[in-house]
Design a protein around this ligand. Structure first.
Ligand code: NAD
Length: 359
């Protein structure tokens, strides 16, 4: 039976990338029934809402979506659709595999790690007290009464980390490890300094690990982890982190495997899963059939695995890897020089992957 999937092309270069990805996904032979729905700048210009209710309703109905990037205007305009999506659907786990494919230029020889980032808590929870406001003053009064006076010109951001939030993200990391034949989960934290937030994260992670004796577990202090990742990346496998560290280490990982054009992602919750590239809408290349669709295609591979289409996922990933390894029909960012005249466009890259997948 065909898989029902909400298909969100996005804006900027999103529609080109999404179209290339859709064609490759269909070339695997897996059947899809796409429910095409808008989000982003273009629908905002037409309807005054960048994230229409019908788009959210569709994801709630299908439970699975694939999304091209969407632009978030700086300053005025609208809130990030990605943040809205995560909140509305409680997509608490962000999974970002960082794998170095042969043929990609990188300072590293071997990278194959999976970042599992908590998506809902930590300093990203948006609990902030601007300096000079009444709330800020009340909070400072409270803190002063608890032996923690702050300067009166301090802005304050709160860092909540709960046992509930940690339990489910670490469980998601072990679940990913099990489903994907991974051998070890590393929890990253700064529990030596933030005893009641990161300390709780570590303590909870340890107790989740006890439920999974078949997978190795270890922990690292976040600064040490960064140091080790760039000196001995081959020693790491699945890494689970609170929101802020996860955000930073995801970009570090993307840099290690050759850049944003290659970094896929999945945001997973209890009710739905949304698959999208790590990068943004690269608006300056809009309509030019130029940017690299690999990140969104690899997000499609993650979607296939999520849909239990493991065989198709392997074939699609191998075909993408083969096109990159050959290095001929690849986009400008994968060529030795950025103005290489032999670089192909987004859609020709997709054609090459489809040819590799074969009939
Ligand atoms: P960006 O990721 O869109 O692009 C930065 C640069 O990276 C591009 O100019 C390009 O040189 C390169 N790049 C990105 N994707 C590439 C690809 N597939 N192939 C080749 N090169 C690629 O980042 P930005 O310019 O900071 O953000 C543009 C918009 O995207 C902003 O509005 C931002 O808020 C939004 N954004 C959306 C998402 C999302 O929808 N998930 C994620 C991040 C940023």
């Amino acid at each position: 039976m065909a898989h029902q999937v909400t298909f969100i092309p996005g804006d900027g270069t999103g529609p080109e990338l999404a179209e290339a990805t859709r064609r490759v996904l269909e070339a695997t032979g897996v059947e899809f029934e796409w429910d095409r729905k808008p989000a982003g700048e273009d629908v905002y210009a037409e309807e005054g809402n960048p994230f229409p209710d019908r788009t959210l309703e569709s994801i709630k109905r299908t439970g699975v979506g694939i999304k091209g990037p969407t632009t978030t205007p700086v300053g005025a305009g609208f809130r990030s659709i990605n943040v809205q999506l995560r909140k509305e659907l409680d997509l608490y786990a962000c999974i970002r595999p960082c794998k170095l494919y042969e043929g990609v230029r990188s300072h590293f020889d071997q990278v194959d790690i999976v970042i599992v980032r908590e998506n809902t808590e930590d300093l990203y929870a948006g609990i902030e007290f601007e300096r000079g406001t009444k709330g800020n003053e009340e909070l400072r009064d409270f803190l002063a009464a608890h032996d923690a006076p702050l300067r009166d010109d301090a802005g304050i951001s709160i860092k909540p980390i709960s046992a509930f939030g940690t339990d489910r993200i670490v469980e998601a990391a072990f679940d990913y490890a099990k489903r994907n034949g991974r051998r070890r989960v590393t929890a990253a934290h700064k529990a030596n300094i933030m005893k009641f937030s990161d300390g709780l994260f570590l303590e909870t992670a340890r107790s989740v690990a006890e439920r999974h004796p078949d997978i190795e577990f270890e922990d690292r202090i976040i600064d040490n982890l960064c140091n080790q990742l760039v000196s001995r990346p081959e020693e790491y496998d699945v890494i689970v982190l609170p929101n802020l560290y996860g955000d930073i280490v995801s970009d570090l990982g993307a840099g290690m495997i050759g850049g944003l054009g290659l970094a896929p992602g999945a945001n997973i919750g209890t009710e739905a899963a949304m698959f999208e590239a790590t990068h943004g809408s690269a608006p300056k290349y809009k309509g030019q059939n130029k940017v690299n669709p690999t990140a969104l295609m690899l997000s499609g591979v993650l979607m296939l695995r999520h849909l239990d289409e493991g065989d198709a996922a392997d074939r699609m990933e191998n075909a993408i890897a083969e096109v990159i390894r050959k290095g001929e029909k690849v986009t400008y960012d994968l060529k030795p020089s950025r103005d290489d005249p032999t670089a192909v466009g987004t859609s020709e890259f997709a054609d090459a992957v489809i040819e590799e997948i074969g009939p």
